[in-house]
Design a protein around this ligand. Sequence first.
Ligand code: CUK
Ligand code: CUA
Length: 622
Amino acid sequence: MKKWIAGILGLAAGALVSILIFADFNPKEEVADQANVATNAQKVYVPFGQKDEYYLFASGGHSGQMFIYGVPSMRHIRTIPVFSPDSATGWGYDKHSKALMGKYSWGDLHHPALSETEGDYDGKYLFATDVANNRAAVMDLKTFSVSDILEVPNIGGPHCAAFVTPNTEYLFLPTRFAVPLGREYASLDEFSTKYKGVMSAVTFNEEKKKLEIAYQVALPPWSYDLSDAGKKISKDWAVMTTYNTEESTTEMEINASQADRDYIVLFNWRELEKMVADGQFDELNGIKMVDPEKHKGAIYLVPTAKSPHGVDVTPDGTRFVASGKLAPAMTVFSFEKAFKAINEKKFAGERNGIPVLDYKSVMEREVNPENALGPLHSQFDDKGFAYTTMFISSEIVKWNVATGETVDRVPVQYSPGHAASAEGDTVSPDGKYIIALNKIAKDTYLPVGPSHPESMQLIDLTGKKMEIIQSAPVDPEPHYAQMIKADKLSPLVVYPKDEKRPNSVWTQKDARITRNGNTVEVHGVALRSKFIFDSNAKRKDVISVKEGDKVVIHLTNIDLDQDITHGFGINSYNLNMEVQPGQTQTIEFIADKAGTYPLYCTNFCSALHQEMNGYLLVEPKA
Ligand code: CUK
Ligand code: CUA
């Protein structure tokens, strides 16, 4: 009986809903919408033979990789393996990448940063850091591959990074987790005295293609969340947000949000540089460590709404905008006001020996769009507007930086973390597109089980209203991305032939196998469609060793031809590498398993690719 009544009520409710829907239905609007879909489709369609206008370098989060997309098509073009091994490219298997990966097999890549000249992306290098295992990496955009990885000592989770200064003088790595100085053991009861949030200043030596640590700063034991470098008038400065200034050591979810205010840390890196040059530092594990309590004049605190997440410097370098995360507001601060207060030494007090500026004297305005919740990160265009992601209310809000007025908002699916606008972190953003990097896709794409991909949505900024014109599922996790004009990059077509390159071999007849004690060294070539390891042997494509030998294989791809990449995999030896046109790669292993092991080219390179194979013969010990 009850079921029956419920059924009738259900039908009635259904009818009501249909009436409402039909009442709302307007055939004209439907037609207009279809026209819109067609225009939007045109906006993102990149016809065959043409290329995308922008590269998007997107963080792969805990996949440890960097993803590259074309904009506006939003097609995934390539993955650069960075902090995690990748069998497709042999990253983590060949000697060079294996050495760079060291003892780690995963990473958590958060914020990519393109190299800059005069505050503009110059298209030369791309930096990234690993929150999981305290590393920084640099990728060369000539080859789209990693040139160097540096493990930074004394720190715990460089999440705020990597952001670069306007001429790539430094990339700064502030950390999320406070750790005892030198990462010694210390009880959490001594958190406030022994733990520090260490920030590292890393430089890139372009000639050697090496990352180096210039110095570190022992900041209070707080969590540093996001940072940005100054520009133009603020070019010698940088800002970063903090939370857990409560210095709680457990149940952070509750305890780190007690105080009404946390801080933006404002630091002058030119001053820090001078201090270090003047010897104002202590040495820790071979690194110059500046203590801001002892050496004053470079670091200041600006109070801001509790537990801020992002902080972003405007393209003209005059302001920095903090996003509230827990407070429903963005706070606009003025660099000029901050400099004035610093010059006049007008401080509101001190925290851990660091001067605190007066909130009111630095703050320009609090921006509070109606019902917008969970502001995380802001990007900018060329017309003075900011675009802030709202994690909780799932939207992007466009507002005027000078007046604080909200001009537009667009719902995104769902919960955006960062957004990336075209040339967005430069002194001259393009204002053409912004991409919402959404943490949750839910029902957006074909379902693939309980966990779904994340999503990116491309938004056109050129019209009166922001308009979503494309959406793409992405692998975890889109923390941040940077979008650069494609014509700023000029990648190599082939690695140039270089006869002086160590261990390279450029003709078939120079291919050879030599033995030195227990080490067998192969100088081989790969070409369509064969391997030649030893030009004098009866079978040129066979490597014969003895069980227990150390085997070193150098392989040069002598097909100097666009996109003719060869692979080199050894069946059941868990080894693979890639050799791009003109490249020399080395793989090293101990032949610890006797037996017969086919080896083959793993990259489909020609009609006779399937014939491109040979054998590794491992003769058992007597
Ligand atoms: S964080 Cu703010 S959403 Cu790592 Cu830049 Cu992810
Ligand atoms: Cu070489 Cu397939």
